[in-house]
Design a protein around this ligand. Sequence first.
Ligand code: TIU
Length: 221
Amino acid sequence: MPTVDATPGPFSFDLSSVALLVIDMQRDFLLPGGFGESLGNDVSQLRRTIAPLAALMAAWRAADLRIIHTREGHQPDLSDCPPAKLNRGAPSMRIGDPGAFGRILIRGEYGHDIVDELQPVGDEPVVDKPGKGAFYATELQNILTEGAITSLVVTGVTTEVCVHTTVREANDRGYECLVLADCVGSYFPEFQRVGLQMIAAQGGIFGWVASSPELIKEIGR
Ligand code: TIU
């Protein structure tokens, strides 16, 4: 059984019941000139995850392991976007408004899709989610149940928002979650640091934290 050197202790998993979850690596969040940057965010803090994640995905696919992608976004008529979410932020830069890469966070738009480097291949599922968490109003639970998945390796953006919401709920639903520090990113370095600490504190209160080279070493054996 592969065992990864993690915090707060070793993370063991079975290759037959693990999936790599890649959360919201979308152009709207990651591309220079896009929605994320227009909100005043430093996208380089997110973009540093692309290279290690691409390497991990290559190793993961070479080992014939499962990958599940998610995208945050809404129907073009915004019927799945509650006012409490829609009315946030500067009025000219809200969900559904025209952005540099199409309507912001709207399904089917160029900016809503995953960055070129990390595009899904073959039959890898892409879960479209209207919320921050990957379980709310999605088919993720069914995919995991049908695939007999019990452990999740969690990556993507942003650490303190969609990654945290998803990992907290996955933990409540009984999944063991390993979060990879170099493959998750926050626009805010302080949130990245503290966000990772929160996961592994108190004996791993809702997960484990490691880095992707530690994991790649183990799946290659
Ligand atoms: N995917 C995700 O985290 N969505 C966000 O809106 N994150 C922010 O940090 N804004």
